[in-house]
Design a protein. Sequence first.
Length: 534
Amino acid sequence: MNDSLFLKFPVIFYRVTIKGTGMQPNLQPDMPMDSEERLRPRMDQRLKELIPKEVAFEHTVLPIERDGNRLKLAISKPADIILVDNLRKITGCEIVPVVIGEQELKDAINRFYSTTELEEVVSSSDIDRASQLYVQDLGDEKIDLGSGVADPEHGPVVRLMDVLMKKSLDDRASDIHIEPYQDQISIRYRIDGVLYDLPPPPHQFHTALVSRVKIMAKLDIAEKRIPQDGSFSLNYKGRKVDVRVSTVPIVFGEKVVMRLLDKRVELLDLNLLGFEPDQLTLFEEVIKKPYGLVFLTGPTGSGKSTTLYAAVNRRKSSKINILTIEDPVEYQISGINQMQVKPEIGLTFATGLRAFLRQDPDVILVGEVRDQETAEICVRAALTGHLVLSTLHTNDAATAVARLVDIGVKPYLLAGSLLLVGAQRLIRRLCPQCKEPEKVTAEMKKEYGFKADTIYKAKGCKECRNIGYWGRIAVYETFPIDEETRRVIAHDTDVEAFRKMQKDKGYSTLRKSGLKKVEEGVTSLEEVLSIAYE
């Protein structure tokens, strides 16, 4: 063999070995086979421009990585020197071939060319043009990410934003974070309550991306000094999604967070939220009552609004008048009158509630009780023949009563109006495709009260993107207010007294509800312990 071939293709070496008695030569590549884990092309090098889809499928080749003028290429026919030479001419790179099994390689080619990642949205020429439009060369000075107004209708930015939105909806993300730093952009999705990093687009696109989002949300693209809030709606694969946008100025530019609110009907079904059967029966009985006060508690993002929407959706009827006052209106429900709080013009929860009482309401939903005035109007409405549903930011149901008294509500008024106080959290569901059984030890039975011999834990597979979880479900605690509890509220608001009463009456806590879902194989013990304790 010509020595020049060894110089041109330095890794395609063969050695001749003799097997059996027929003295037949057996050609073996003198290189290890790449594992499936390593057969992953670099997504930020625009490799699809080097090896077009048609060429890859026709010749069963896959670009893996480019290092300067060398292109690492997975190939199933290492002896085809003519093919390698043609690829060198097509790409303009020296080819470093890696031997891969043919079927494994075909599968990898299908995966690579059938998806679009963020880094691939813009081509090299697009980036070059965008660099001239969006970036100012300031020599040794730092890049001012807040300077200049970008052209948000520039093609690459529009395509990049479209892919961001599509990928977020395909991956069931609830939030998109776009964060500028000194020399890069960070893009993160929140999926099932956890933030995950995405490979970022070129740094010079930050200003244009922010401008594009602002135009979509009808915000002022020239104003970069103060926070702004806006919203827009979109349709995707038959789903209507509301997007809430928040921008804030930080050191290196503007940070954008987009909250995605999926308006699928099944999200507003009480039966699908996560209530235990006895809790669901109790909750449905309470929301059917003609008057009284129902509070749901929990931190931001725990699903309280979704539960209340499901409750009013269950009560929705042409025979009753349902009014809601929210900040903001997260889900628009046909047949329900919804009001958006606008503090800048004096439309607060309190002023809106006062107006509602003159609108002949049957059911009132108040997005959140934040102050004494709002709390007192809610109590007054409940005492005068209306069913009022609202939320509080407390850790559990027992704490809610003390919180309302601290706000300024008179204990005797609270005792006469409360029907039920609940608390909730969201926990991740185990991926049904890969969850692993785990033996329950005697210590675990003693500490957690497990009766089952086996529970499940997260593992991770291709279906769940190696996370081990897929989707979320709510866990609840419900504390109905009976006559004995009313007497305690009227004379004593000690939190420990309420917790003891809750335990004595056998009402399930967040922890107990979560542990029950562990025994049912819905989630893992680790997940429950991360959100509830006793």
